[in-house]
Design a protein around this ligand. Structure first.
Ligand code: FAD
Length: 254
């Protein structure tokens, strides 16, 4: 039976980054994943590292959008309808947080965290993460109708309240910046401070560095059950054996 200070369940970007940071601080870490490292949600995302888009989901006006998305299986906010008090409670809490007060409280915290995270990604890419195709060349949001441009401008104004920097472009400005954009474009927003990376390669690079710092990385180890004693997890049974740790980080995705 293996024992470490910290056991991290889930080798996506969250688990790999936790493992890397903890191992760098001299903590003994085991990182496990039921499949390959980085092949969950962190595999198939767009790779944007964008503080300007890191705003709380519940914000003023979000209820109308959420209402449209909730029942659409193709939307980014679909929730399978089911009779569950837990779901009702969650939806009520979401609705009660779509206020200006909540945005004013949560916005600066999330924006600071996202900017700090961007700085860490840049630092990592300049050293051990060179293979992750990190690019610090901004984010261009392209809009094909006046309505979407208005929505994008509104998002930009919210981001600017919390220190973001965006620039509204007309169709010509978009095409000057990115001649490859074709079709009916009415304009866009350019966020010059944003970055992007290859998400899978970034996670793999983080896990590699964690390993080089002494972490034990175990792919193909699916958690089957937890042996719980009150509020403590005594051990974790996996398909690769039982693991013990003083602390367990659950980073198994949503
Ligand atoms: C279409 C799309 C585009 C996106 N674009 C962006 C973007 O551009 N920028 C951005 O910042 N975010 C983006 N996101 C969000 C981002 O991908 C997620 O927030 C992020 O990947 C979550 O990382 P994670 O480590 O929490 O989860 P995951 O990457 O899902 O990792 C969780 C891991 O846990 C493992 N696991 C689950 N259950 C068990 C178990 N029982 N035992 C062991 N292991 C287990 C899984 O195999 C998986 O590898 C996007 C999401 C989507 C869907």
């Amino acid at each position: 039976m293996q024992k470490s200070d910290v056991l991290i369940i889930g080798g996506g970007v969250i688990g790999a980054a936790c493992a890397d940071e903890l191992a760098g601080r001299g903590v003994s870490v085991t990182l496990i994943d039921k499949g390959k490292i980085g092949h969950g949600c962190s595999y198939g995302n767009a790779g944007w590292i964008c503080p300007c888009h890191a705003m709380p989901l519940p914000m003023p006006g979000a209820l109308v959008q959420a209402g449209r998305w909730l029942g659409d299986p193709e939307s980014p906010f679909y929730i399978k309808p089911r009779a569950s008090w837990e779901l009702v409670r969650w939806l009520l809490a979401f609705a009660s947080n779509t206020t200006e007060r909540h945005l004013a409280r949560a916005g600066p915290v999330i924006a600071d965290l996202a900017r700090h995270s961007l700085g860490l990604f840049a630092q990592f890419a300049a050293t051990d993460g060179a293979s992750a195709d990190y690019r610090s060349n901004g984010l261009l949001v392209v809009c094909s109708s006046a309505r979407t441009l208005e929505g994008a401008r509104h998002e930009m104004e919210i981001a600017e309240r919390f220190g973001g920097r965006g620039q509204v472009l007309d169709a010509e400005g978009v095409s000057d910046l990115e001649p490859a954009v074709r079709g009916s474009v009415v304009g866009g927003i350019f966020y010059e401070d944003e970055a992007s990376a290859d998400p899978l390669r970034m996670v793999q690079a983080l896990a590699r560095r964690a390993e080089s710092r002494g972490a034990c990385v175990l792919p193909g180890a699916e958690v089957i059950s937890l042996d719980v004693d009150g509020t403590r997890i005594r051990s974790v049974a996996t398909t690769r054996g039982t693991l013990h740790a003083d602390q367990v980080v659950l980073a198994a995705g949503s």
